[in-house]
Design a protein around this ligand. Sequence first.
Ligand SMILES: NC(=O)c1ccc[n+]([C@@H]2O[C@H](COP(=O)([O-])OP(=O)(O)OC[C@H]3O[C@@H](n4cnc5c(N)ncnc54)[C@H](OP(=O)(O)O)[C@@H]3O)[C@@H](O)[C@H]2O)c1
Length: 276
Amino acid sequence: MILITGATGTIGSEVTRLLAEQGVPAKAMTRDPGRVAGPAVRGDFGDVRSLEAAVEGVSAALLLTAFGPEIAAHDRAFVDVAARAGVKRIVKISAIGAGDNEDPEDVGGMHAAGERALTGSGIEWTIVRPSMFATNALGWAEMVKAGQPIPNVTGDGRQGIVDPRDIAAVAVAALTGPGHHGRVYEVTGPDLLTTHDQAELIGRAIGRRVETVDVPIEQAVAQIPDPAYAKAAAKGWAFVAAGGNAVVTTAVQDVLGRPASSFASWAGDNKAAFGG
Ligand SMILES: NC(=O)c1ccc[n+]([C@@H]2O[C@H](COP(=O)([O-])OP(=O)(O)OC[C@H]3O[C@@H](n4cnc5c(N)ncnc54)[C@H](OP(=O)(O)O)[C@@H]3O)[C@@H](O)[C@H]2O)c1
């Protein structure tokens, strides 16, 4: 039995779908099981008892903790409970650039601390470090529909924007197949893209031009009410703007035996969200 944490989110819902498609027994963990159609269990990373109940009878788990300052604490809580319960394998969704990052105010640093909890636990582990999700572009959907420009906080910084369906497929391969223990997969799309490139590709998908407008990072973070989130977002954007995330890898090809999907194809599949 595989436990899928973060099961109602972007990656977890696709992992749930893929496991069901393959007929692999799995249950979704959520704080609100009423939201899930298939097998589900209540679990909250902040409530150890609920985690103990969630891991009962579980041999492998997808560990996905939500973006924010509690990533490391939530990863540690889950790994502790899983180790005590005898869970054999965990696949953790981390973030590209986590590496040896020790900055607790940086998303990479938060994930790095969570990774260390897992890799030191004695449980069979795989770390999946995705680049920027294509689905983040859905945050621009209403602006695009309204004919407004997309805000660009990362200048000419390029990223290997990745289709979350590829991230989920890599995670499922690691959850269900042999040969992934001790592996770190930096999962990216096939192309290095700026926000301008993304705007152009969304424009092509919907058949009309999409403009961008440069927004200083200080101005963008002023709109994020939680200071911890604001700091993490500012650090991430500055890193990308400086070219720090201009990385494309072969992880999707290596693990899945097929090329990574492009942002252009993601935009085509999702054009209705942008009014196309
Ligand atoms: N977006 C990106 O570009 C990007 C890039 C690299 C890495 N990442 C990493 O990917 C992860 C986010 O993945 P995602 O976008 O698939 O997630 P998401 O769509 O934001 O969903 C978050 C999930 O976390 C669950 N959750 C939130 N708080 C919880 C709690 N206290 N206890 C138990 N479950 C909780 C939610 O479930 P319920 O509400 O149902 O409980 C939901 O399923 C983060 O770790 C982020 O750092 C993101």
